[in-house]
Design a protein around this ligand. Sequence first.
Ligand code: UD1
Length: 302
Amino acid sequence: MEMPTDQSVLVTGGAGFIGSHLVDALVADNDVVVLDNLSSGRREWVDDRATLIAADLHNAQAVDQAVDGVDYIFHEAANVSVEHSVDAPVESHETNVDATLRLLEHARNEDARFIYASSAAVYGTPESIPIDESDPKQPTSPYGLEKHSADEYCRLYHEIYGVETIALRYFNVYGPRQRGGQYSGVIDIFLDQARREEDLTIHGDGKQTRDFVHVDDVVTANCLAATHGVPGEAYNIGTGSSITIKDLAQLVVDTFETNSSVTHIDARDGDIEQSCPSIRKAQRELGFEPTQSLNSKLEALW
Ligand code: UD1
């Protein structure tokens, strides 16, 4: 794969789950700066060869320092939890929209390519499956609306100012270093419950679907977006097939032969029902091909 080399790169959220894996892929051949407030990220996940600025996206001085002279900005820092955005919509908006807009201004000033961690949540309730990038956007949560706003700002910054932006609409990313306690992803939560032999908690009837894409494939998509893809465009990043949460819970119970069983609790406000992408645009324009399967990777995570 063609990778960025000898570039000056900023990874926001580079101490976190997705960002730290991206830094691992880039750091050998590029000059990498990480901006991360260590809220869910960890210092020890940042490769020693990268420069860590441990500060918040709202710290203007730290952001100025981080963006100075960069060629690429990979913007991974965010409030990543739909549930948290329902609990604290103003705070979530400030992080996910306001801070992203300010970073886009920096990309404009630095003439940097801006690769944005957008989300499947922008689609909300889809009218048809599989979901195509041009399908209606009907977010069902503050989080989805925030990601949609920032994703649209990326498009506009290309249209108006010519900034090279690419929005990658991640479906449900999982893999090592996914840790977030109450607000973590469902795979991390289910594995944790199975290890403790506690019941796996399904929100609602469990018929909601998700496309789980491994973090290694998401890193590849980001590297591809640095050198491929059409600026101003957005791409679905998933595997192209989805599973119900009920089946996921059963898969975890069966695979690990835990004494856990499955229990149903209240549905979540803002939760999406159906989530299954078409990834044809990413295949065609980025050369993206997912390589990791959920079954084999679950074993590795255990
Ligand atoms: C996730 C990501 C979000 C990303 C989006 C893209 C996290 C925390 N959120 O949101 O950043 O933009 O995918 O689609 O990774 N569930 C249970 N029991 C639990 C926990 C969750 O049944 O204990 C259910 C939820 O109700 C939901 C599904 O599992 O239906 C997935 O939940 P979650 O992993 O939190 O992710 P999303 O809300 O889809």
